[in-house]
Design a protein around this ligand. Structure first.
Ligand code: MEV
Length: 331
């Protein structure tokens, strides 16, 4: 395997694959953009990328991504040119792609649902293309490169999504690039439930940033609370204290409601999950629709909560922690 630096000028490509997990944020979304730490976990829903050299020049892309979720209320796609989702191919800036290339993307992560589908496909594409050039990029480099498409898609993201998909497991993240691994005492029994209402992260994040400028005093208080919540969430995970974790998730949801990124359906699913026996529930990711994440005291309760949420019109996914992060290999 060559280093990042030594092989920039070579043009040989060989088939390669990469896989990256999705993510769920347990504390601190939105406030992480404003400087607070967030706690996030990589989940066992993946995007998979294959890169195959082809004759001639040019890059062709095939993608099996649940893009139907990108249709807005009007039926018009929220992303006008779905091909734009594949902007990570701007990796060209680092790796000279002077051969023909076929990139095939398969993503099992619901799109625009707060589960990191764009960050996951981005880091998998970057890793697979680099690997096909015989380059093993460092995690730090993948993180840096992933800002190109992530900025394009989401405006000014914090980087927490791509960091989680790259490093895997559980992390505490703060801007600009501070990643601390959290070793949980036990895996929390989680599920996510998709409202089926989909959003644009860019609009939601932009709205919160604007609001934080108008309501400076309130946001100072919120930020102090979120700093405390994130710190205590990390501690409760290390100590395996689910009761405490559940309480903190509920508090975090209230703060997200206050800053206006929840949605009546998210609030409803959160309420229903808590009544069905969950220890805590909150929206996860940018909000405005998307998913709730629910902490359960046991697998039996999780099964019950999932059934109840489905009856209420949500789509539940029982999730576990991914421990690998992004992985690439020759095909
Ligand atoms: C989106 O998954 C998380 C947000 O905090 C945006 C970001 O951190 O880039 C809403």
């Amino acid at each position: 395997m060559r280093s990042e630096e030594s092989s920039r000028s070579t043009s040989d490509l060989s088939p390669a694959t990469a896989r990256a997990p999705g993510k769920v944020i347990l504390a601190g979304e939105h406030f992480v953009v404003l400087g607070a730490p967030a706690v996030a976990m990589a989940i066992d829903l993946y995007s998979q990328v294959q890169v195959i050299p082809k004759n001639g020049s040019g890059v062709s892309i095939t993608a099996d991504i649940p893009l139907r979720f990108l249709a807005g209320k009007s039926g018009n796609p929220l992303v006008p040119h779905p091909g734009e989702l594949l902007r990570p191919l701007q990796l060209k800036r680092v790796v000279n792609i002077d051969h023909g290339l076929w990139v095939n993307v398969e993503c099992e992560i619901p799109v625009a649902a707060g589960l990191g589908s764009s960050a996951s496909t981005t880091v998998a594409i970057i890793s697979a293309i680099a690997r096909s050039k015989g380059i093993e990029l460092s995690k730090k480099k993948i993180f840096e490169l992933a800002f190109v498409p992530e900025n394009f898609l989401h405006g000014k993201p914090s980087g927490v999504d791509q960091a989680t998909c790259i490093y895997g497991s559980m992390i505490q993240f703060s801007r600009p690039s501070n990643v601390k691994t959290i070793r949980p005492k036990k895996d929390p029994v989680l599920l996510v439930c998709d409202t089926g209402i989909h959003h644009t992260t860019r609009t939601l994040v932009g709205g919160v940033v604007q609001k934080s400028k108008r309501e400076k005093k309130d946001f100072q208080n919120y930020l102090a609370k979120v700093r405390e919540i994130s710190g205590r969430v990390a501690k409760s995970l290390r100590e395996g204290d689910d009761e405490e974790l559940g309480i903190l998730m509920n508090q975090n949801h209230e703060l997200l409601r206050k800053i206006g990124v929840s949605h009546p359906k998210l609030d409803h699913l959160v309420e229903v999950a808590r009544r069905a026996g969950a220890l805590g529930a909150k929206l996860t990711g940018a909000g405005g629709g998307g998913c709730v994440v629910v902490l359960n005291p046991s697998r039996i309760v999780r099964d019950r909560v999932a059934r109840v949420l489905r009856r209420e019109g949500g789509t539940p996914y029982k999730i576990s922690m991914d421990t690998s992060g992004v992985e690439s290999r020759p095909a």
